[in-house]
Structure formats: structure tokens, C-alpha cells
Design a protein around this ligand. Sequence first.
Ligand code: AMP
Ligand code: MG
Length: 334
Amino acid sequence: MYCLGIESTADGFGIGIATFEGEILANVVSEYVPERGGIHPREAAQHHSKVVGSVLKEAFERARIRPKDLKAVAFSQGPGLGPCLRTGATAARALAVYLGVPLIGVNHCVAHIEIAKLVTKSQDPVTLYVSGGNTIVAAYEAGRYRAFGETLDIAVGNCLDSFAIEAGLRRQGGLPLGAIVERLAEKGETLIELPYSVKGMDVSFSGLLTAVVQLLRSSHYRLEDLCYSLQETAFSMLAEVTERALAHTEKPEVLLTGGVAANKRLQSMLKAVADEHGAKFCVVPKQYAMDNGAMIAWTGVLAYECGMITPVEKSFVKPKWRLDEVDVRWLGVR
Ligand code: AMP
Ligand code: MG
């Protein structure tokens, strides 16, 4: 039995195919890369509609299955950029209705956690989910993933990307902007003091971004030192709230997921937090860190098995759908 998943919350359009046993047969992603600046939602959506056909075809070829072998079609219903979400939802509805199989609306944040749990075999972690659009410390409690802490303004990936754009950095050879900042940070020598903003269990990155951009414009600092200091400050904030969530929940694992999880410095800081508390550290592999269709397909399987089907007439997108609004009925079921 197979489930196909469509991901289209932001700049990536992805289609994945998973078996009901948790094997990922295909995970094809086509990314929209703006000529300059950040993501323009309408342009990203146009990119997605252009590539739906070719990505779909490639996913079926990789998985070596036929459309009629599908048992369900899942899609990212939110949170994300409205025009992008609608493009993916439209494709998913068309496919599900044509094939006569159930449609499953998946929460993108839950999917980042579920794919990471599947591939790292973690069971009950405190998760730090860090990406271009989200920054959340979450753990399962009483039927839902609860947000123990989150950003009060921009996501950490957005903070790194915005700084990179200000510094005139460009994506090279498929490398995301955050990875380019990471490379420069490795050559940093001096830690420059920047605003460190933890408020209770929440974090804030907009003041940090403004401050580091001001220092950049002053031309008094090496770019490598600014990248290094930005990473050290932002990641220390994340490590602090993750550690507090871990101490409070006493969960056995720390799980790092989302696009920024690819960052080696963040990985080493979180591993230190986990080690300190005798917890196991797990990190999602790169191909499942960035937004991808496989995570939607797999979460679709979990939801399907609990009868969590989305009627077509209720399949409108939810750009602000929170992770803690989802009943994760499959936990404890499997
Ligand atoms: P996602 O929204 O989950 O697709 O993740 C995309 C975000 O991850 C973007 O903000 C990227 O710049 C960021 N990212 C990807 N690789 C790295 C890295 N090695 N270090 C920091 N950020 C990264
Ligand atoms: Mg994401």
C-alpha cells in the first residue's frame, strides 16, 4: 500500500511516495530560486504549477509504481504561504478525486517531526524544529505535539537568509543561504556581542537581525565574524529553550529537524544539551531536513491509519495552522 504526499508550503515543491510500512520510495523536490531577494509567494506558486507534472512523473518513475497503486493522497494543508499551499492542494484534490482515493490534509510542522522520528527511530523526543518559516520547541503531551517555546517574530532560517541577502550572498551550486552562512562562520575568529533574546520559553530574532545588519553596513567587521557571531547567538538561544523543555519534560531524546537542522554547529550545540541530560541526540538526515514530499506522504499514512481523512469540501488551505491544533491520534496506536 502506498501514499503520495505533496509539499508546497513555500519555495519548494515536492512529491514523495511512502509505503504503509514506512519505506520512502520517492522524494522529488523542485525548488524555486528567486533571481534576487526573498521568496515572492505568487512567483513561487507559479513555479510550483509549472513543475507539478514533471515532478509527479519523476516520483512515480522513482517509486516504480503506477498511479492506480495509490491508497491515499496527502498534501501540506498549512501552515505556509497561501498561493503556494493552494497550488499543492489543487493538484492533490485533482489526483485524489481522479483516482477515487481519500485525500489527507497534513500539518507541515507535524510532518517535519514525523519524518525525523521515522528515519532516526526516535520515539518520544523533545523536538527542535527550525526552518525558513518556523522555529518551535515541541514535545508530545496528552494527544498533541505541544509547543513549549517558539519564535515571537521571524524564524531562525529566515533570520540567516535575510542576513545573507543583505550581505549580497547568493545561492551557489544548490546550497541554501543558511549553508553559505555556515561556511563563512567556520572562518570566524572574533565573537561580536549581539542581542540575545530569550523571553520565558520563547525566542525573538528580529532585533538580532537588525543589529547584525547594522554592523554589516558599518563595514567595520569581517563578514566571517558576523556570520560566526550570528550563528553563535541565535543557536545558543535555541539551545537554551530546548534544554529547559528537556529538563521539564524529562524526555529520553532530543530531535533536531527542519532545514536549519543541516547546520553542524547547531547539531553540536544540541548534542551537548542532550548529553548533559543523558538523552539521546537524533538529527534528521539532509534529504529529509528541507521541505519535502516524503514527510507529507509518511504523515499521510499515519493519519490514514487512524481514519483522519479530509473531505474535499473541507480541504481549504490553512496558512496559519498551528502544530498544537492537531490531534496526533496515531501516537500510541501503532
Ligand atoms: P525548510 O524551510 O525546512 O525548507 O528549510 C529551509 C531553511 O533552512 C532556509 O532558511 C535555509 O537557509 C536553511 N538551511 C539549510 N541548510 C542550512 C545550514 N546548513 N545551516 C543553516 N541553515 C540552513
Ligand atoms: Mg518546512
